[in-house]
Design a binder for this molecule. Structure first.
Ligand SMILES: NC(=O)C1=CN([C@@H]2O[C@H](COP(=O)(O)OP(=O)(O)OC[C@H]3O[C@@H](n4cnc5c(N)ncnc54)[C@H](OP(=O)(O)O)[C@@H]3O)[C@@H](O)[C@H]2O)[C@@H](O)CC1
Ligand SMILES: Nc1ncnc2c1ncn2[C@@H]1O[C@H](COP(=O)(O)OP(=O)(O)O)[C@@H](O)[C@H]1O
Ligand SMILES: [K+]
Length: 517
């Protein structure tokens, strides 16, 4: 899996590579600009080949001067419009010296009418953006695109669109602050969190990673960076190498070695969510799944279930009795459960059994008034799967801090506080463990799955996780949660338009077959 580096981790990776003499800062800037120029030529094999490059005062601007040189060498017409201070110090100064084409002051040139270029390249600010952007800069991008001429003018951002925080995916200065949206963002070395989180995908357009010859992202050079653990990207390798080992049963397996999931179901006429979770757990590979429901709901569920077994569970005492069967290897509570005192008692009884357990929906909201009572009972093989609203109920302070900060940081702190694995849902799904490890599954760009925004999709995800941690998967709960998030999106994409939650479990076998299982 690939690492996603924050601005600070990127700086320390670069500094470590330079410190050990592998390369200089100028080498990295040259590779970044050269790689970006090639990516632009690949993305826009256009006829007139005319670029306007907006260069800022730091190293992002330095990259812009390198791109200018390489595009000009490839026969492009290139105009550089630069901010005061651009190319005046450090490596950027050297790259500005090597650019011998036209260069004008950005503010002055923007007011002048030139020909509309094929591409306007944003090399104003990257990972060093420290405060909100001057609105003039967004106006300049718009003015260049509005010049008279033929065809559309595409927008390319180097490393990160100016105005977007590379760490959080928020616009620096707030939603209404200026930002330069792109059609294509070229990220150097590794993706950054801001490319995936919050408004990042919308503002980045499309994302391509340009290698600059640094060591692989998940092997920190020299020693571990002082900037905290690196977040893993749950990568859409095709077919993912790890899928078989994580999901497929071995030849010697039988139903009990594959695990027995107990799903707690809701009241009469509120059983659909738990039934979908149960079906997903069975489809993804649990050997047996039992749905335990209040006595009054037995008949309803008996009429709806076949391979999923049924048990009676009136209250927490009955659940404790059921759990005397040590073969019940994983639990799933929440889908279809109301956020009330009975649910709280069921959750505490379930956690007391110490088995791998998924808590979702009502099982989380039932503790809105007393999150600490929940946290005190959790253990590292529990997975909490809140959506944003449920997250805010359990971690109100972190939800508040998230308005400015990163979703990854919030989930990391939440997992540490809870002492459990936390998965915070959304197009960018963030997973963190109590050991400090974090990963991100991004259902965006080429893996967009907007059809997943449908009632019950989250219930199915709970079931997938429960099914994947019931057998051998219990040894790596965090890893199996990543697999569940990947399969959830992959299955939605496989089904496509018209998806409803019931379709997910029954489409799963096709996805597994598509990937060679
Ligand atoms: N790390 C690596 O491995 C590699 C990094 N590379 C490239 O370097 C980029 C990072 O470069 P960077 O650190 O120089 O930051 P950058 O984004 O150019 O901006 C800093 C400048 O902007 C200024 N400034 C900030 N905010 C401002 C505002 N709102 N309005 C106005 N000014 C503002 C700030 O000045 P100050 O805050 O001191 O006023 C400073 O002058 C990175 O994104 C990538 O493209 C590659 O070359 C290869 C390898
Ligand atoms: N646009 C989207 N792209 C990718 N995944 C999405 C999108 N919208 C929703 N999802 C996923 O769908 C699921 C919805 O879960 P949840 O909000 O708990 O719904 P429910 O309670 O109805 O089951 C989550 O896993 C979420 O990540
Ligand atoms: K930029």
């Amino acid at each position: 899996m690939t690492g996603i580096l924050t601005s600070a981790q990127m700086r320390s990776t670069e500094a470590a590579a330079i410190a050990c003499g592998k390369c200089s800062g100028a080498d990295l800037m040259e590779r970044a600009g050269q790689g970006a120029a090639q990516a632009i030529r690949d993305a826009f094999p256009v006829k007139h080949r005319h670029a306007v490059i907006l260069c800022g005062p730091g190293n992002n601007g330095g990259d812009g001067f390198v791109v200018a040189r390489h595009l000009a060498q490839a026969g492009w017409r290139v105009e550089v419009l630069s901010l005061p201070g651009a190319g005046q110090s450090g490596d950027a100064a050297r790259m500005a010296d090597l650019w011998d084409g036209p260069r004008e002051d950005l503010a002055r040139a923007a007011a002048e009418a030139g020909a509309r270029p094929d591409v306007v390249i944003d090399a104003l600010f990257g990972t060093g953006l420290g405060r909100p952007l001057d609105p003039l800069l967004a106006d300049v991008q718009a003015a260049v695109r509005a010049r008279a001429g033929e065809g559309a003018c595409a927008r390319v951002a180097l490393d990160c669109p100016s105005g977007l925080s590379a760490d959080t995916g928020e616009v620096v200065g707030g939603e209404d602050a200026p930002v330069l949206p792109a059609d294509l963002t070229l990220s150097f070395h590794s993706p950054k969190p801001g490319h995936y989180l919050s408004r990042g995908p919308e503002i980045c357009g499309a994302l391509t990673v340009v290698p600059i010859g640094l060591p692989p992202e998940d092997v920190p050079p020299l020693e571990a960076p002082p900037t905290g653990p690196i977040t893993r990207l749950v990568a859409p390798a095709s077919p993912p190498r790890w899928l078989g080992a994580r999901v497929a049963p071995g030849n010697g397996d039988h139903k009990y070695t594959r695990g027995h999931v107990l799903v707690l179901g809701g009241k009469v006429a509120q059983g659909g969510a738990a039934r979908m979770a149960a079906r997903a757990a069975l489809r993804v590979g649990a050997g047996l799944v039992t749905l335990a429901v209040p006595p009054a709901a037995l008949i309803e569920n008996a009429a709806r279930l076949d391979a999923v077994m049924l048990a009676r569970c009136a209250d927490a005492a009955a659940l404790t009795e059921l759990l005397e069967d040590a073969r019940l290897s994983a639990l799933c509570l929440g889908p279809g459960l109301p956020p009330d005192a009975r649910t709280r008692d069921l959750v505490l009884a379930a956690l007391g059994a110490g088995r791998p357990t998924v808590l979702d929906a009502g099982a989380l909201s039932a503790f809105a008034d007393a999150p600490d009572a929940l946290f005190a009972a959790l253990h590292p093989r529990v997975v909490l799967t809140p959506h944003e609203g449920e997250f805010a109920r359990l971690f109100p302070d972190l939800a508040e801090a998230r308005r400015e900060g990163s979703k990854i940081d919030a989930v990391r702190v939440a997992a540490d506080r809870a002492g459990a694995v936390v998965l915070l849902k959304g197009a960018a799904t963030v997973i963190a463990g109590p050991d400090g490890a974090s990963s991100l599954h991004a259902g965006v760009y080429a893996r967009a799955a907007p059809w997943l925004g449908t009632a019950g999709a989250g219930d199915v995800l709970s079931g997938l996780i429960a099914g994947l941690i019931a057998g051998r998967g219990a040894q790596d709960v965090h890893g199996q949660v990543e697999v569940a998030a990947w399969l959830h999106v992959e299955t939605a994409r496989r089904f496509g338009p018209g998806l409803i939650a019931e379709d997910l479990p029954d489409t799963l076998p096709q996805v597994l077959r598509d990937h060679g299982l």
